[in-house]
Design a protein around this ligand. Structure first.
Ligand SMILES: Nc1ncnc2c1ncn2[C@@H]1O[C@H](COP(=O)(O)OP(=O)(O)OP(=O)(O)O)[C@@H](O)[C@H]1O
Ligand SMILES: [Mg+2]
Length: 390
């Protein structure tokens, strides 16, 4: 600009006019080059989100890089349209897989000074989308249940609140649930929360309670089918599997694909059946048992496996809660079909068994009660539900 502004003077120095055409050409060319370069630079700056370089440097310093030593590149950063308390960060992952983002969650949180609520893929697998809340945001120590949280949808059960909103499970899509966690983490309370909602929605609830009625008080005995011994448990499961076979035949006759379609096609109102077992490992553990007992337990296992395999279409569901879901206690053919996994406070090994990752050990503080994490890393505070509300 300066050269161009003062070109008159420059040319005036050249009194014989030898340099003038040359200078003229040089200024003209350099001015247009500067203009073009400047334009592209401006475009680049406009295209880069605020704090892009700082973000990258922060991640680099925290050691969150790919094998070539490059940190992910921030593509955009905006407020979430649904929940304005959240910020959505979109990254070019630079070849870092989602699992590694989950593993390095703590490092990323420190580097960017945020609390991560959720990490997902977006646009296929091109972009990593990270939902964050401000670093100081945290869960309340207690979230009392209120009837207004009950979902109107069939058959959606509400578990609690995460930083991104309510956490729900639709039994019509994911039929069976496994709740795990060490003692006192809040499994029984969460289980009862789910059963209470199932009752409200008109389901028939079957409960196996081998703790001698400590967890399920009289109120439950009036409303649910209770099993206190192994014999009644097997009986109940026999009834459930028989019902499953009957429903299978009826659905096949009418050509209906699942219970909801059957109910709306025939005008009948077959209820969903929920079988809940607190302390499932205590029930199924065969170590040190007599031969007859082992046979009985095998039968129980066998019925549970049938329901786990076939229950979805016929509206028969399992919710198992346990401190020890090891493969030698809860066999693979049952556990593999319990797709909705919830884990409370746990150590690395327990978290790995339940969620296939160690996030429960990392994300749940030792003193938290009723705090859980799902397999996708969503942390939530479960609603505290009081039995008088039943
Ligand atoms: N959602 C919650 N919010 C606040 N406190 C909770 C919540 N859930 C449970 N608690 C507290 O934790 C205590 C233990 O909960 P709970 O009996 O459900 O644990 P548990 O995991 O079933 O333990 P165990 O394996 O020994 O049976 C409860 O008495 C209650 O005080
Ligand atoms: Mg319990």
């Amino acid at each position: 600009m300066l050269v161009w502004l003062f070109r008159g003077r420059l040319f005036a120095l050249d009194e014989y006019g030898v340099l003038s055409p040359f200078m003229q050409a040089v200024t003209d060319i350099s001015i247009s080059m500067y203009a073009i370069l400047g334009f592209f630079l401006l475009l680049l700056l406009l295209g880069m989100p605020n704090g892009c370089t700082a973000t990258r440097e922060g991640l680099l310093k925290a050691g969150f890089t790919n094998h070539a030593g490059e940190a992910p590149f921030l593509i955009s950063k905006r407020k979430d349209s649904v929940n304005p308390d959240l910020t959505v960060w979109e990254f070019d992952p630079c070849g870092i897989p989602l699992g590694e983002w989950e593993d390095k969650r703590a490092e990323i949180e420190t580097a960017l000074n945020i609390t991560i609520a959720k990490i997902t893929w977006a646009e296929g697998r091109k972009i990593i989308r990270l939902y964050s809340a401000p670093a100081e945001s945290d869960f309340p120590a207690m979230l009392p249940w209120d009837d207004k949280y009950l979902s109107p949808e069939n058959f959606v059960l509400v578990l609690g609140q995460s930083l991104t909103g309510p956490v729900t499970v639709n039994l019509a899509h994911i039929p069976h649930i496994l709740l795990g966690g060490s003692t006192g983490s809040g499994k029984s309370v969460l289980l009862k929360l789910l059963l209470m909602q199932s009752l409200r929605k008109g389901a028939e609830v079957y409960i196996s309670d081998f703790k001698g009625g400590v967890d399920f008080s009289e109120v439950w005995h009036d409303r649910c089918h209770m099993c206190f011994t192994e014999e009644t448990l097997l009986n109940t499961l026999d009834r459930l599997t028989a019902e499953l076979e009957q429903r299978k035949a009826r659905l096949a006759e009418t050509g209906c694909a699942n219970l909801d379609i059957y109910n709306s096609a025939t005008g009948e109102n077959l209820p969903r059946l929920i079988f809940a077992c607190d302390e499932a490992a205590e029930v199924l553990d065969k170590t040190g048992r007599s031969k007859e007992d082992k046979e009985l337990l095998s039968k129980i296992e066998n019925r549970l496996a049938t329901i786990a395999r076939l229950g979805r279409a016929f509206g028969i569901h399992l919710i198992l809660a346990t401190q020890r879901p090891d493969a030698n206690i809860i066999p693979g053919q049952i556990k593999n079909n319990l797709d909705f996994r919830v884990c409370g406070r746990a150590d690395n090994v327990l978290s790995q068994i339940i969620l296939d990752n160690t996030s429960a050990a990392e994300l749940i503080p030792k003193d938290a009660r009723g705090r859980f994490v799902l397999s996708d890393g969503t942390v939530f505070q479960g609603y505290l539900f009081n039995e008088e509300q039943l």
